[in-house]
Write a protein that binds this ligand. Structure first.
Ligand SMILES: NC(=O)c1ccc[n+]([C@@H]2O[C@H](COP(=O)([O-])OP(=O)(O)OC[C@H]3O[C@@H](n4cnc5c(N)ncnc54)[C@H](O)[C@@H]3O)[C@@H](O)[C@H]2O)c1
Length: 287
């Protein structure tokens, strides 16, 4: 079988290669890894800890300028140091995603410094492990505001910047509990289900601006949030994590990088025709 070979230029990576071989196929030698995010600016909310921190690292590892937004200044600066020490590009901006004013200011600062925003990972979230009866209104509001309203606010200010540069990729953080219910997490289940369907609505509204919007739904992942859940429930942390692992087909809980890798795919041009999708990353937990 004779295969046609064509080496693509840097900016040609995704051009369809016409099949001129007459044998139903053509072989393309790519000059550039399509996962590479060189020249792109990525904003990661809740990037000081857990999944967000790992994702800021992975996106920087693949060449992006990561910008971490978080309320935790010490951990945020620590995350930036960890990335820059190994040669990545990262910056921290203190920002509470429940505040319209702080989200707008952060986006303005990023535009002024870097001139563009290509990737937004709406990841900041909090959980309160209570049923509706025991939920205080303030706890309900906190979970909804950080998780759901924060996703709306950041998207509100980032989308015009993305559109001005020809498009971008937004990845919202749902949860397995955005797709099915869970015990003693009423506000969280409601907020995450909201994020899942907000993702679809945003994908429909902004596809014409070449902005893709997808949702990653992690299962139990070893982060300060998951360990905090054990404490809220009065359970032993290690036993809680162990039991979350054995219940799923792949027999372990996630590590933050498991989720970060899925975000990298959704951020990159490899997922160029995927929008409005929900990708579950949970070792088969809700299969
Ligand atoms: N860890 C899991 O098992 C799991 C499972 C499913 C979904 N998730 C989701 O993944 C996301 C990340 O969770 P994680 O486990 O890494 O948690 P984490 O607690 O380690 O990190 C969350 C980060 O969000 C920040 N944050 C909280 N409120 C904020 C606010 N108002 N503004 C800006 N930043 C704020 C925190 O300071 C923290 O750095 C969350 O949306 C969470 O709901 C986690």
């Amino acid at each position: 079988m004779r295969l046609k070979m064509k080496r693509l230029g840097q900016d040609e990576t995704f051009r369809a290669v016409p099949d001129v071989s007459g044998v139903g196929g053509s072989l393309v030698v790519r000059s550039k890894n399509p996962l590479v995010l060189e020249g792109k600016v990525a904003v990661i909310t809740g990037g000081a800890s857990g999944i967000g921190r790992a994702t800021a690292g992975v996106l920087a590892e693949y060449g992006a300028q990561s910008v971490i937004l978080d309320i935790d200044e010490d951990k945020g600066k620590g995350a930036v140091s960890a990335i820059t020490e190994v040669g990545g590009k990262a910056k921290f901006i203190k920002c509470d995603v429940t505040s319209s004013h702080e989200c707008r200011e952060a986006v303005d600062k990023i535009k002024a410094k870097f001139g563009r925003i290509d990737i937004l990972f709406n990841n900041a979230g909090v959980i309160v492990r209570k049923d509706v009866v025991s939920h205080e209104e303030a706890e309900w509001d906190l979970v909804m505001n950080v998780t759901l309203k924060g996703t709306y606010l950041m998207s509100k200010y980032v989308i015009p910047a993305m559109a001005a540069n020809g498009g971008g990729s937004i990845i919202n953080t749902g949860s397995g509990w955005g797709l099915k219910g869970g015990d003693n997490a009423a506000s969280y289940c409601a907020a995450k289900a909201g994020v899942v369907n907000l993702t679809r609505a945003m994908a429909i509204d902004h596809g014409r601006q070449n902005i893709r919007v997808n949702c990653v739904c992690p299962g139990d992942t070893d982060t300060p949030m998951l360990r905090g859940e054990a404490r809220q429930l009065g359970l032993d942390e290690d036993k809680f994590l162990e039991s979350s692992g054995v219940d799923r087909p792949l027999q372990r809980i996630g590590v933050p990088r498991d989720i970060a890798n899925a975000v990298l795919f959704l951020a990159s041009d490899l997922s160029g025709w995927i929008t409005g999708a929900t990708i579950v990353v949970d070792g088969g937990g809700i299969a």
